[in-house]
Write a protein that binds this ligand. Structure first.
Ligand code: DGL
Length: 270
C-alpha cells in the first residue's frame, strides 16, 4: 500500500443523496476527517442500470476521487458496491483504500443475527447480483435471507424525500408476502434510512430495521485506525460535488447536515 498521509480526505460516493446517510455517520464518528462527497446525480438511479454501466460510472468517480488525493474511497451505494467493488479495487490499486457498504453489513449479520430470518430490500441491481446472498451463505451461520427489490423507492426518495408518494411505495413494497415473516430487515440501499421510520411503522415496530450506516462508519474508523491514518485536524472540511446540479439534491443535503452546504458542479462526462 502506498504511504498515505493522515491529512488526506475520505472520498464517499453514491448515485445521489443516499450516500449522505453514510457520510453523516462517518462525520459523526470521524469529525476530524476531511470529506469529499460525490453524488452522480446525472446518472441516478443506478439500481436499474446494467452492472457494466454502473462499473463505468464508478471507475470515473474513483478516478476523480484519486485526483482529489483521497486516502480512502467509500462506495456508499449498494448498487455500485455490488456491481463495481472488485473492479474499483483493482483500478485504484495501492493508491487508496477502497471500502464498500456490503462487507460491514454482512459482518454485522454474522455477529448478531445467526439463525435468524433476515429480509433485505434494495435496488434491482443489488438484489439480482446475489452478492449479499453469497456472502451470507459463506458465513455458515444459518441465516436465511429473503431479498426483495424495491425499484422505485430510491428515485422517489431523491425526488420527494418523506411524503405521501414514498408512503405509498413503502406500503406497496413491504406488503410483499415474502417479507411478512422476517425477524429483521436490512435497508440495503443507502437512500432508505431517509424513510426508516415509515418502514419501522409499517411493521408496527415488531421487527428490527437494520440501517447499516453506523456499522459502515465504524468499519471506516477501524480501518483507518489499523492503517494509522486517523486525522487529528481540528478544522476539517467537507466538499460536495454533483455531476448534475438538482434542486432535490440541494434540498436533500439540508436534511443531513445542519450547516450550509455549498454544492459544486463537477460534470465528469463533458
Ligand atoms: N443509494 C443507492 C444504493 O444504495 C442507489 C440508488 C439508485 O441510484 O438506484 O443502492
Amino acid at each position: 500500500m502506498t504511504k498515505h498521509k493522515t491529512s488526506q480526505p475520505i472520498g464517499i460516493f453514491d448515485s445521489g443523496i443516499g450516500g449522505l446517510t453514510v457520510a453523516q455517520a462517518i462525520v459523526q464518528h470521524l469529525p476530524n476527517e476531511d470529506i469529499i462527497y460525490f453524488g452522480d446525480t446525472a446518472h441516478l438511479p443506478y439500481g436499474d442500470k446494467s452492472a457494466a454501466t454502473i462499473q463505468a460510472y464508478s471507475v470515473k468517480i474513483a478516478h476523480m476521487l484519486l485526483q482529489q488525493q483521497c486516502k480512502l474511497i467509500m462506495i456508499a451505494c449498494n448498487s455500485a458496491s455490488t456491481a463495481a467493488y472488485e473492479l474499483i479495487k483493482e483500478y485504484v490499486g495501492s493508491k487508496a483504500i477502497v471500502m464498500n457498504v456490503v462487507d460491514p453489513t454482512v459482518q454485522l449479520l454474522r455477529e448478531k443475527y445467526a439463525h435468524k430470518h433476515i429480509g433485505l430490500i434494495g435496488t434491482r441491481q443489488t438484489v439480482n447480483s446475489n452478492v449479499y446472498k453469497k456472502k451470507i451463505d459463506d458465513l455458515n451461520r444459518g441465516i436465511q435471507l429473503t431479498s426483495h427489490p424495491t425499484n422505485l423507492l430510491a428515485s422517489a426518495i431523491e425526488e420527494f424525500g418523506n411524503n405521501g408518494v414514498t408512503d405509498s411505495l413503502v406500503e406497496e413494497y413491504l406488503s410483499h408476502h415474502t417479507l411478512q415473516n422476517v425477524d429483521a430487515l436490512v435497508l440495503a440501499c443507502t437512500h432508505y434510512p431517509v424513510v426508516k421510520k415509515k418502514i419501522a411503522n409499517y411493521f408496527k415496530k415488531r421487527i428490527e430495521i437494520i440501517d447499516p450506516s453506523e456499522t459502515v462508519a465504524k468499519a471506516v474508523k477501524t480501518r483507518l485506525e489499523q492503517e494509522n491514518l486517523l486525522n487529528t485536524n481540528e478544522n476539517s472540511t467537507k466538499r460536495f460535488y454533483v455531476s448534475d446540479y438538482t434542486e432535490s439534491f440541494a434540498a436533500g443535503t439540508k436534511i443531513f447536515f445542519d450547516e450550509e452546504i455549498k454544492l459544486e458542479h463537477y460534470p465528469l462526462w463533458d
